[in-house]
Design a protein around this ligand. Structure first.
Ligand SMILES: Cc1cc2nc3c(=O)[nH]c(=O)nc-3n(C[C@H](O)[C@H](O)[C@H](O)COP(=O)(O)O)c2cc1C
Length: 193
């Protein structure tokens, strides 16, 4: 797939089909995370990939969805929950740029997922200590990535400044997502010939 199209389609997904993800694809996501850029090439990140049903079910209540929406709209119900999670953690004494590493590696993970038709939600609003305890993670857990085949669409729209909260994502009647993004001219000044 064309890279621009892949990036365009790599939107946050919050409801999922209950279809398992091949472990080869899960492994490929981490292979692409493994070779991400890393400040000083220190490679401080560690991952846990979880698709065992009992563990997935233990983590599901420990991640918190869609702060911009009422819970009944933004939180997946039974039958819509993610079927796998990836945790991204940092070893102790990771350098001060290591959260940039987290972002770069996470983007490689969700792009790889999307290239296989799999949707993702990056999640920082998580019960860190409980997840660490369930998965035996000793490192500094930064984020969890929820994964599954998408059960809704998500589209980018222009920012409508007449809305009360113009940057908040919103849903239509089918609970498809619409995600406002600032315009090119608002975020970039071009000093080019
Ligand atoms: C660092 C980070 C943390 C996020 N944490 C959460 C979260 O805890 N829960 C959630 O539902 N979405 C979370 N998101 C998803 C954002 O809400 C989403 O990226 C944003 O609304 C834009 O939508 P898009 O990803 O489709 O462009 C997070 C995204 C990032 C980058």
């Amino acid at each position: 797939m064309d890279l621009n199209q892949l990036i365009l389609e790599t939107r946050t997904i919050r409801r999922f089909e209950q279809k398992s993800i091949d472990s080869k694809i899960l492994r490929e996501m981490i292979e692409n995370a493994r070779i991400s850029p890393s400040a000083a090439n220190a490679q401080p990140l560690r991952y846990v990939v979880v698709s065992k049903k009992d563990l997935v079910e233990k983590i599901q209540p420990l991640v918190h969805w869609a702060a911009a929406l009422p819970k009944e709209l933004g939180t997946p119900k039974i039958g819509e929950q993610p079927v796998a999670f990836v945790t991204v953690s940092k070893i102790q004494n990771a350098n001060s740029f290591s959260d940039i590493d987290v972002g770069l590696s996470t983007q490689n993970i969700i792009l790889t997922a999307r290239s296989h038709g799999i949707g993702a939600c990056i999640m920082a609003s998580i019960d860190r200590e409980k997840i660490k305890s369930i998965l035996g993670i000793a490192e500094d857990l930064r984020i969890v990535i929820a994964l599954g085949y998408p059960a809704h669409e998500s589209h980018i729209v222009e920012v409508d400044k007449s809305r009360e909260k113009p940057l908040n994502y919103f849903l239509d009647d089918q609970k498809n997502y619409f995600v406002p993004k600032r315009s090119f001219d608002e975020i970039c000044r071009m000093e080019v010939d």
